[in-house]
Design a protein around this ligand. Structure first.
Ligand code: GLY
Ligand code: MN
Length: 464
C-alpha cells in the first residue's frame, strides 16, 4: 500500500465532488477457475485499490457524504482460514493502514445499508463488471439484478474519473516500473524472434518475465505474425523469415499499475525494403503524435495528425494517392488503421474503461463520432497534465476489409487497390508507447525500448 495519507487525501477529494448520500465500494472476491476451490489469481478492483488500498478478497467500503464517515467491512479470519493461509491481518489493522477507524463485519454492512435505505438516502455505486458483485449489490439494495448496472451512479462515475484521470507522483513512479518490466519483455521477444520458433514460446517467456519482475501481465498478450487481427491471442504460428511479428504486451506492478507497449520486428532480424517502408510510416506517426502531446490539445486532433502521417507515408509507397487532408477527412485511412490512437492507462490498462468509455475518453466539448474507424477512439478529449495515455498507431492489411471496401468502391480516389492487393500477406505493424502529459508537453515513460529500425535490428542481433 502507499502511505495512508495518499488514500485519505483521495477520499477527501472525492467527498468534495459528490453532494450527498453514501458511496458503496465493493472489493472483489475470489473467482472460481474450473471448480470452486481452484481460483483465478486474485485481482482486486482498481477503484477499491485507489481509495482504500486493501489488496485482499472479501472486503467492502462505504463513504458517507452527509457526515464524512468512512467504513471498511470484512470478516476476520478464523482458525480454519489460518491453517490454510497463515496468519492474516485483522480488518481493523488493514483499515488503519488506509486511514480508516470505523470497521464492521459483512453482516454489519447489511444492517448499515438497510438503515441508509430506510432513511431514503441515495446509495451511489460504480457499474459492476463481475456477476458476484451484481448479486451483492442486488441483495444489499433490494433491487432486481437486471437493473444493477443501469442504476450505477453517474455522479459518482464523473467524480471518480475526475480524480483518477490525473495521476499523482506515486502512480507515475509505479507506471514507470511497469514500463521497465515491459522493456525486458519486449527486448527478450525481439531476441527470440527467429525463424522456426513458435509464437507461444515467446509469449510464454515474456509472460514469465512479467510475473518474475512484477505481477501478472496487464492484459492477455497479443503476439502474432497475423496482427491484421488486431487483438490476436492465437500463438500457434511457427515464425517465418519475411514476416513481421507484433508483440503488444505489458506488465502489472505489485501495486497493480499497468504498462502497455507494442513493438513490431522482422522475423530473423533484418527489415526488408517493403517492411521498412510500412514500419517507418508507423514510426513517424508514433513520433509525430507523441511530439504533439501537451495540455489543452484534443487527443482526437492528435489521432488525425497520426492519420495524416500514415496517409503521407502510404502515398510515398504508392498505396494511397490524392490530397492527404481530403483522404483523412473522407476516412480513407481507416482501411489501414481502423482503430483509435490510444487510451488512458493507470491501474486498468484501459483505465476506468468499465465506468464507460464516454465518461473517460470524451467531455462536454468532444462528442463521439459515428464514422467507421473514428468511432472506435477510446480517447478523444482535451488533454490535461497528469494524464497517462498510450500512443499506438498502426497499419494493417486486413484482407476481408480490403475486399469489402474495394467491392463497395469506397475511397477509390485515395487508394491504389491493385498495389494494396499485393500486401494482403503482410499482416501489420503497430508501435505503442506510454506517455505522461506534463505541464508543458509530454514524457515518454520508462526506459526507452528499441524503436527505430537501427535500434530494433541491433537488439535482435544481441544474444538473449
Ligand atoms: N494493448 C491492447 C489495447 O490497447 O487494446
Ligand atoms: Mn494499448
Amino acid at each position: 500500500m502507499f502511505k495512508k495519507e495518499v488514500y485519505t487525501d483521495r477520499r477527501n477529494r472525492l467527498k468534495k465532488e459528490v453532494g450527498s448520500g453514501i458511496a458503496f465500494f465493493p472489493g472483489n472476491v475470489e473467482a472460481a477457475f474450473n471448480y470452486p476451490a481452484n481460483q483465478y489469481h486474485f485481482r482486486q478492483d482498481s477503484h477499491f485499490l485507489y481509495f482504500f488500498g486493501i489488496d485482499l478478497p472479501g472486503f467492502a467500503a462505504v463513504i458517507d457524504f452527509d457526515n464524512g464517515k468512512e467504513y471498511i467491512f470484512g470478516n476476520d479470519f478464523d482458525i480454519d482460514d489460518i491453517i490454510w493461509m497463515g496468519p492474516q491481518p485483522k480488518v481493523a489493522e488493514l483499515a488503519a493502514q488506509a486511514g480508516i477507524t470505523e470497521t464492521g463485519t459483512l453482516a454489519e454492512l447489511v444492517n448499515l445499508m438497510d438503515k441508509v435505505l430506510s432513511e431514503g438516502r441515495k446509495v451511489h455505486y460504480l457499474p459492476p463488471y463481475r456477476g458476484e458483485t451484481d448479486i451483492q449489490i442486488a441483495d444489499l439494495l433490494h433491487i432486481n439484478i437486471a437493473d444493477v448496472r443501469k442504476q450505477a451512479s453517474s455522479e459518482l462515475i464523473r467524480a471518480v474519473v475526475k480524480l483518477k484521470e490525473v495521476k499523482d507522483e506515486y502512480e507515475i513512479a509505479e507506471i514507470e516500473k511497469a514500463v521497465d518490466i515491459a522493456y525486458k519483455m519486449h527486448t527478450t521477444a525481439m531476441k527470440m524472434a527467429k525463424p522456426g520458433v513458435v509464437e507461444q514460446e515467446i509469449a510464454g517467456t515474456i509472460e514469465g518475465i512479467s510475473l518474475a519482475l512484477g505481477g501478472p501481465v496487464s492484459f492477455p498478450i497479443i503476439l502474432s505474425m497475423d496482427v491484421q487481427t488486431l487483438h490476436n491471442h492465437y500463438h500457434g504460428n511457427v515464425l517465418e523469415e519475411g514476416r513481421m511479428m507484433v508483440t503488444d504486451a505489458g506488465a502489472e506492478t505489485q501495486m497493480h499499475y499497468a504498462s502497455d507497449i507494442t513493438r513490431t520486428v522482422p522475423v530473423g532480424g533484418k527489415f526488408s525494403q517493403r517492411q521498412a517502408g510500412i514500419y517507418q510510416t508507423v514510426l513517424n506517426a508514433n513520433v509525430n503524435a507523441i511530439e504533439a502531446i501537451k495540455p489543452g490539445v484534443k487527443y482526437r486532433d492528435i489521432h488525425f495528425l497520426a492519420a495524416k502521417t500514415i496517409v503521407n507515408g502510404l502515398k510515398e509507397i504508392g498505396l494511397m494517392k490524392g490530397d492527404t487532408d481530403a483522404a483523412v477527412k473522407s476516412g480513407a485511412h481507416t482501411l489501414f488503421m481502423p482503430h483509435g490512437l490510444g487510451h488512458m492507462m493507470g491501474m486498468d490498462v484501459h483505465d476506468m474503461e468499465g465506468l464507460g468509455e464516454d465518461y473517460v475518453g470524451y467531455d462536454e466539448h468532444t462528442e463521439r463520432s459515428k464514422e467507421f474507424g473514428t468511432a472506435y477512439l477510446r480517447l478523444a478529449k482535451e488533454l490535461k497534465p497528469g494524464f497517462v495515455l498510450t500512443v499506438e498507431p498502426g497499419i494493417y492489411f486486413i484482407p476481408e476489409l480490403i475486399d469489402q471496401f474495394r467491392t463497395e468502391g469506397r475511397f477509390a480516389d485515395f487508394i491504389n487497390y491493385d498495389l494494396v492487393e499485393t500486401y494482403k500477406d503482410f499482416g501489420g505493424v503497430r508501435i505503442e508507447d506510454d506517455i505522461l502529459v506534463t505541464e508543458t508537453g509530454y514524457k515518454v515513460l520508462g526506459k526507452p525500448i528499441p524503436k527505430t529500425i537501427e535500434e530494433v535490428e541491433k537488439t535482435m542481433a544481441e544474444p538473449l
